[in-house]
Design a protein around this ligand. Structure first.
Ligand code: THU
Length: 140
């Protein structure tokens, strides 16, 4: 799917918060933008901690922001790796969090903030076996 172009509004939303990434330990700034089923865009950045394991990735911050506002279905995800020459996929934990609120066909755009290089994949290709507690997916 690498020929698919990156939605400009998602990219601009991610760019608008990239400088707020709190990454003093890794110096690897990440911003994410998700579009929900109502067309609303939510953004997030990575927030690190001196107790390293408490770090939260940009994608989870963006998805949790959507859920906080009542959104329950992610239509598209963009990950902007601000300091990487290559686009990066969401980590396994973030893919699992995205899968909680997205269909397997959901498109994930990955963009390098350094080179502009991008990659496009579907959630099911990045996480073929998402964990599900059961087949009934109640969001209440
Ligand atoms: N990070 C993200 O925010 N999203 C990703 O997709 C990959 C990794 C963050 C976590 C940490 O703050 C830094 O990047 C280096 O791992």
């Amino acid at each position: 799917m690498s020929e698919t172009s990156v939605p400009r509004d998602l990219l601009e939303a991610a760019l608008s918060v990239l400088n707020n990434a709190y990454a003093p330990y890794s110096r690897f700034r990440v911003a994410s933008a998700v579009r929900d089923s109502n067309g609303r865009i939510f953004v997030g950045i990575n927030v690190e901690n001196s107790s390293y394991g408490l770090t939260v990735c940009a994608e989870r911050v963006a998805v949790f922001s959507m859920v906080t506002r009542g959104g329950r279905l992610v239509r598209e995800v963009l990950v902007l790796a601000g300091d990487s020459r290559e686009p990066v996929p969401p980590c396994g934990a973030c893919l699992q969090v995205i899968a909680e609120f997205a269909e397997p066909e959901t498109i994930i755009y990955m963009v390098s903030g350094v080179t502009g290089k991008h990659r496009v994949a579907r959630l099911r290709d990045l996480l073929p076996s998402a964990f599900r507690l059961d087949a009934r997916r109640s969001k209440e």
